[in-house]
Design a binder for this molecule. Sequence first.
Ligand code: HAM
Length: 358
Amino acid sequence: MNYKASRGTRDIFGANALGMSLLEQKSKEIFRKHGFEEVRTPIFEDASLFMRSIGQVTDIVEKEMYIFEDKGGRKLALRPEGTASLARAFVEHRMGVSNPAGKFFYVGEMFRYERPQAGRYRQFHQIGAEFYDSSSPAADAEIIILAQDLLACIGISEIKVHINSLGCQKCRPLFKEALIKYFASVGDLCQDCIRRLDKNPLRVLDCKADSCKFTDAPQMTDYLCDDCSGKFDMVRSLLKSAGCNCVVDGKLVRGLDYYTRTVFEIRSDAVGSQDALAAGGRYDNLVKEIGGQSTPAVGFALGSQRALLAAQNTDFFNNLSSPEKIFVAIADQELFNDAFAFAIKVTRNGLKDNRPLA
Ligand code: HAM
């Protein structure tokens, strides 16, 4: 019998493995420069942690989690994302005490049972950061710029930053009410939307089957309270002064329920329909909801495979298939041996003459 990698999973080797190592290495350097400390959480957790954090009426929890029972009868899940795990670790180890700056990052595999296609896998890698205990719009802006910097480090600059505010517990109920009225006027919704309308009308906006019908849907930005509106203006103005031209996108609601106020996605035209290379936002209630003290937070995660797909035609990637340039591209000692082995292989297989590598 011939075995193949399971559907939605990929072996990563050659230029892709080197590209991923470089992206992770460069990201770690950038994070450390910004004062972020690394955390490695387990690959599986109590399934209820994700159900509670991400939200019962979301695609991830309803359809995409890898859930299993261990021999002790515990219901566990392979992590579908890193934010809930890090929040759990933050509370469990009182990490706010040991790291009062509240800045953490993680790198690792995530698992979602999604329909595989280019840029969408069942096992994929994320590089993410979470910034706890700051409700300042400056923290939101820092997180968005950081995500942009990570992409820039592998040569991706042709991006669009989509941003929205989902408001707070005070103003979001008014928006939800307006949405429910609006969806009733649209009629003819799919079964998923009808089911979600009551429990989570925001998810309806995101529906793959129906969203094209919602051309004149209410926008959250029209319902923001003064506080949320002032903070949203401040985030955009800070981004603008940092040279980041974001687009306000009233349809951006994100697929996870923990968000409050700022949400964003960084998209690229260089990849297909799975165009979000990185995404995130503010989640001021999550830490308290899972048993910690009230702690505002904001973060993002970048999909490594998607970022590398978008980088395919950049100098960064081209350099990875050119042995001479690998030496210029990689000054890092830790990666040097990998790069050297890879360069020799490319030379043996690819170059006609036997020019010395160094
Ligand atoms: P997310 O939007 O679900 O957010 O995922 C973030 C990024 O991970 C996406 O923009 C995409 O690049 C990548 N990604 C997601 N699913 C897949 C997949 N099936 N295959 C390949 N890449 C994928 C989160 O995960 C939040 N935890 C982000 C966050 C951090 N919010 C606050 N802090």
